[in-house]
Ligand binder design. Structure first.
Ligand SMILES: Nc1ncnc2c1ncn2[C@@H]1O[C@H](COP(=O)(O)OP(=O)(O)OP(=O)(O)O)[C@@H](O)[C@H]1O
Ligand SMILES: [Mg+2]
Length: 324
């Protein structure tokens, strides 16, 4: 199995997003010293049309950077991204910018910081339509009201300002703003982590409902597996800029192989108090891999659609473990 095994194989559905060997390095200068952060480093994954792909990993592992690089808020250091077969990681021009913003929308983690406090809800949601040339005030109003109702808000909310809403309602406004232009794909960057637990499920249910109604594809970013468990079709696990494991959700929960995935799984509290008492939290130590020049990790596919980033030697062991 070579480095590209994962991009040649895979499930049946049509791919809408293809990320191949994507890298995004940041160079920072401090007191004359330059240092490089490999926020995203040789990451490959794909998302199929109509599915929800969960991208999971701890704080700082590069999830947001992956999303922002896909929609070209950053220029990638390396690799390619294709959307619906068209490369979107190449030289930026007006057409490409339009293609990306017409097709991919982003929902942000913090609905307070991402909504302009001086704009009314009407203005916030209508912005994307105006950029696309809709000028008629009545038409803008009609579309905004329809979208507000779609996300569980009301027509009279259009004239209010973001601070007049609860956290959950603000995230509904953020969702309405993202979806008003009818994108094919939504990158939802931890859309519920700033919300009360009681509101999280409501917003997730709303996203699921909209996904069905609008035929959306969702790239859902989260830092823990319990949030994505119930509604992701496939999951990718990130650790320090690398995508270490990817599989169908069911397969990942049943047969986790990478020790970091196992650690993430062991962090999920058990609903049953007896099982919760027995739960052993696994600590992941990246030193165990002992990677070096002669023992480099790369992508290997252990079962259809189930890939692990590991060395050849590790792969042999994972394969045995998977079969057992
Ligand atoms: N614009 C930037 N300039 C320099 N470094 C950055 C920049 N954006 C992100 N980084 C660094 O890249 C790494 C990945 O950051 P990123 O925000 O993508 O992580 P994340 O997985 O989204 O984390 P979180 O769960 O906290 O949102 C971090 O080390 C971060 O400090
Ligand atoms: Mg983030």
């Amino acid at each position: 199995m070579g480095k590209d095994s994962m991009t040649n194989l895979g499930g049946s559905g049509e791919r809408i997003l293809d990320v191949e060997h994507l890298s995004m390095y940041f160079t920072t200068k401090k007191r004359g010293r330059t240092s490089t952060v490999k926020a995203v480093d040789d990451v490959s994954f794909y998302v199929k049309k109509g599915e929800t792909f969960g991208l999971v990993g701890e704080s700082g592992c590069g999830k947001t950077t992956t999303g922002r690089t896909i929609i070209r808020l950053y220029d990638p250091t390396g690799g390619t991204v294709k959307f619906d077969g068209r490369e979107i990681s190449g030289r930026m021009d007006k057409n490409l910018h339009k293609y990306i913003t017409d097709n991919i929308a982003m929902i942000f983690q913090d609905p307070i910081a991402s909504l302009n406090p001086r704009m009314t809800v009407q203005e916030i949601i209508a912005e994307g339509l105006k950029i696309r040339g809709v000028k008629d005030a009545g038409e803008l109003r009609r579309q905004v009201v329809a979208m507000l109702e779609h996300v569980g808000l009301q027509a009279e909310h259009a004239s209010r300002y973001p601070h007049e809403f609860s956290g959950g309602q603000r995230q509904r406004i953020g969702i309405a703003r993202a979806l008003i232009v009818q994108p094919q794909m939504v990158i939802a960057d931890e859309p519920v982590s700033a919300l009360d637990v009681s509101v999280q499920a409501q917003v997730i249910n709303l996203l699921n409902k909209l996904k069905g109604e609008m035929g959306l594809t969702i790239l859902f970013i989260a830092h823990n597996l319990s949030v994505v468990k119930y509604f992701s079709d496939r999951i990718g696990v990130m650790y320090y800029g690398k995508l270490v494991e990817m599989a169908d959700s069911e397969e990942l929960f049943k047969n986790p192989l990478h020790p970091y995935t196992k650690a993430l799984l062991s962090a999920i509290p058990e609903p049953d108090p007896i099982n919760e008492k027995k739960r052993v939290k696994i600590h992941y130590d990246p030193e165990i891999h002992k990677y070096d020049e002669s023992n480099n990790p790369s992508y290997h596919e252990v079962a259809p659609g189930h890939t692990i980033y590991c060395s050849d030697e590790e792969f042999e062991n994972y394969r045995k473990e998977w079969r057992a």
